[in-house]
Design a protein around this ligand. Structure first.
Ligand SMILES: Cc1ncc(COP(=O)(O)O)c(C=O)c1O
Length: 401
């Protein structure tokens, strides 16, 4: 079956990579960028860069306008309504660190923070270190055999001692959607704060943070076809009110003296220093582009590609899928073959996939693995990309076995 992406031509890097003999199947790590974004960055830098929220001059006003327009576009993308604010950070990782430091004052020794067994280090280590600083208990929700957070275990592990729940919407290793709405409901019943790691989920389909019922939702622009160096933290008004200022510097200040200062509320109070101006403006252009993409058609295209990917992997002797991937990516291991050796041979044949622990060492170890190869898809991939991958895989396996 031949599947052609109607959006491929919008991403010039795909052709450039092809000319270099590269097949890009690592979009879960970072996505290629649409021409609309490249044009927006060229326009911004070509017509006058400026800092935001401080200068009186025209370039400053224009940059501030474009920057704030993006805040509205992100709010629309997540359907925040008037429920909260969008804070720009330097990535999903910085957003989690902002949360872990900004909420630290709420915790008392013995309180519990609940995460799951499949979390990326970005949504594990900030909480783990907070737990160590404040003598808290980090509770780990177990997974079902399919790689989904086990809701029946969650009903007892989320309890009156739970002060905060932080879980991933879509696993970056297993490709499984997580039952985040159900988990949010459980946590809310105990008045716990809730955080969703949307780093992978936000890329696939539209998500409504009001319907999800979370206090905070985090993602990185670069996985959503936007620039790197930009993260998004959505926070509900009541939840943001708990957040203490964490990073201090320019433009987050209301009044400053030598001995004391007062600070702005969200969002600007949490955007200390010069924010990633070009990146945020680029994210705005990316969202304009994505708003013109038929999301239903894109999801169907990705689903068909994903089926081809999983079916092709299942067909091959000795190849074992890790978990039961549902969307966009599949991780696998091969009996008797080290993932690093296989990755090396795939790389030599121009196949750009990710190998190793995928920044989720505890998950990979708990599955009894030293690593896995992950193939990840985006709306610009074609079935030809998969054909090239499978040809390279077959050749590599022939050499290794
Ligand atoms: C599920 C998940 N959460 C968080 C992150 C961290 O994102 P970033 O490195 O952009 O901060 C990633 C990145 O791979 C991820 O896949």
């Amino acid at each position: 079956m031949s599947l052609i992406s109607p959006w491929r031509a919008d991403f010039p890097a795909l052709d450039a990579l092809e000319r270099q003999g590269q097949t890009y199947l690592d979009s879960a790590a970072t996505a290629q960028k649409p021409q609309a974004l490249i044009d927006a960055l060229a326009h911004y830098y070509g017509n006058g860069a400026a800092n935001v929220h401080r200068a009186q001059h025209l370039p400053g006003a224009m940059a501030t306008q474009a920057f704030e327009d993006t805040r509205h576009k992100v709010a629309d993308w997540l359907n925040t309504g008037s429920s909260g604010h969008i804070v720009f950070t330097h990535g999903a990782t910085s957003a989690f660190n902002l949360l872990a430091y900004g909420l630290e004052h709420l915790f008392e020794a013995g309180d519990e923070i609940v995460i799951s067994a499949l979390e990326h280090h970005a949504n594990l280590l900030p909480w783990q270190q907070l737990a160590k600083r404040r003598d808290l208990k980090l509770v780990i929700l177990p997974l079902t055999r399919e790689g989904v957070i086990d809701l029946s275990a969650a009903t007892s592990l989320i309890n009156p001692r739970t002060r905060l729940l932080a879980v991933s919407q879509l696993s970056n290793v297993l490709g499984t959607w997580q039952p985040v709405s159900e988990l949010m409901t459980m946590a809310r019943a105990h008045n716990a704060l809730t955080v969703i790691d949307g780093a992978q989920g936000v890329v696939h389909g539209r998500h409504d943070v009001q319907a999800l019922g979370c206090d905070f939702y985090v993602f990185s622009s670069h996985k959503l076809y936007g620039p790197d160096g930009v993260g998004v933290l959505f926070g509900r008004h009541q939840a943001l009110a708990h957040l203490q200022h964490w990073q201090f510097g320019g433009e987050m200040v209301l009044q400053a003296g030598y001995q004391d200062a007062t600070f702005r509320p969200a969002p600007l109070g949490f955007e200390a220093g010069t924010p990633p101006v070009s990146g945020v403006i680029g994210l705005g252009a990316t969202l304009d582009y994505l708003n013109d993409v038929n999301q239903v058609a894109a999801a169907e295209h990705e689903a068909r590609l994903h089926e081809l990917l999983c079916a092709g992997l299942r067909l091959r002797e000795g190849v074992r899928l890790v978990g039961a991937p549902q969307v966009a990516l599949a991780s696998f291991v091969v009996d008797g073959v080290h993932n690093a050796d296989l990755a090396h041979l795939l790389t030599e044949q121009g196949i750009a996939v990710r190998a190793g622990h995928h920044c989720a060492i505890p998950l990979i170890s708990s599955l009894g693995l030293s690593g896995a190869i992950r193939v990840s898809l985006a709306l610009y991939n074609d079935s030809e990309d998969l054909e090239r991958f499978f040809n390279a895989l077959d050749q590599a396996l022939e050499l290794l076995r």
